[in-house]
Write a protein that binds this ligand. Sequence first.
Ligand SMILES: Cc1ncc(COP(=O)(O)O)c(C=O)c1O
Length: 293
Amino acid sequence: MFYRDTYANIDCDAIAFNLQQIQTLTSQSLIAVLKANAYGHCDYWTAKTAIEQGCIMVAVSSLDEALSLRYQGFTEDILILGHIRPSDIDRAIANHFIVTVISADWIKTVAEMNQNFKGLRFHIKVDSGMNRIGMKSVDEVNTAVELIHDHHGIAEGIFTHYACADSFDKTMCQNQVHFFQDIVKNCSHVFKWIHCENSAAILDFQDSFTNACRCGLIMYGISPLPCSLNLKPAFSLYTHMICVKKIHKGESVGYGATFIADEDCYIATLPIGYADGLIRAVSCIVKANGWKL
Ligand SMILES: Cc1ncc(COP(=O)(O)O)c(C=O)c1O
């Protein structure tokens, strides 16, 4: 029972529908991206829905997010896309997570601290131009694979991330994919999973070289580009007007007095504010049916 009329409704059927729509565009296996509590959509139920719809794994940002899913009872594969501290690797092993190798130095440190990875799976991140985490050469990738094998781990995947997939000019994507392909083709190991596409690339820059893709935004029903898919937004926010009053021309409303009535009018108060995450910068005024809201 809730006593507040402001709430978010998450529609898992919409997430399932969106995943089915995405699968009509690609034959690749889907990895559902659940960063930041599934982009605010509730990690556990989104993860369950994604696996029910055939996603091969879910991906999160951090060890904390992965542990949160495990604590809630999610038993399927979880890929941690971001950095984890080498000293925390035992946590990843104990919880059967899949860990991203962010650099050759990182995996060297992990190997120095831990002699036996006990079958821990790794995906190697290639920095193909984003210039954040990832390796930039075949030598580094080969070193990482060797260290993983020497320490009884599994080099399961390799991936990169596009910087500009949502722009109409695809030159940067082309440069990145060529760089990535070059590394994957020339390294000494055959990976089970190769993935680069995010939502925008699934819509507008697919390649036949990879066998999996990572969908975030479009799974939640938000498209970064104009698209032919009939996506359904999964997040709805509901509230009720709790107070309506008349104010006179010249009176102000709210913090900073940013709205000043230019005529006598009615205003309504909605019980939601910046403590709920509604940013104060969105002090917009909507005129509807003669009302100023
Ligand atoms: C590495 C990586 N892959 C995939 C995604 C999903 O991107 P999108 O929400 O555009 O599908 C993200 C999003 O932050 C990401 O960091």
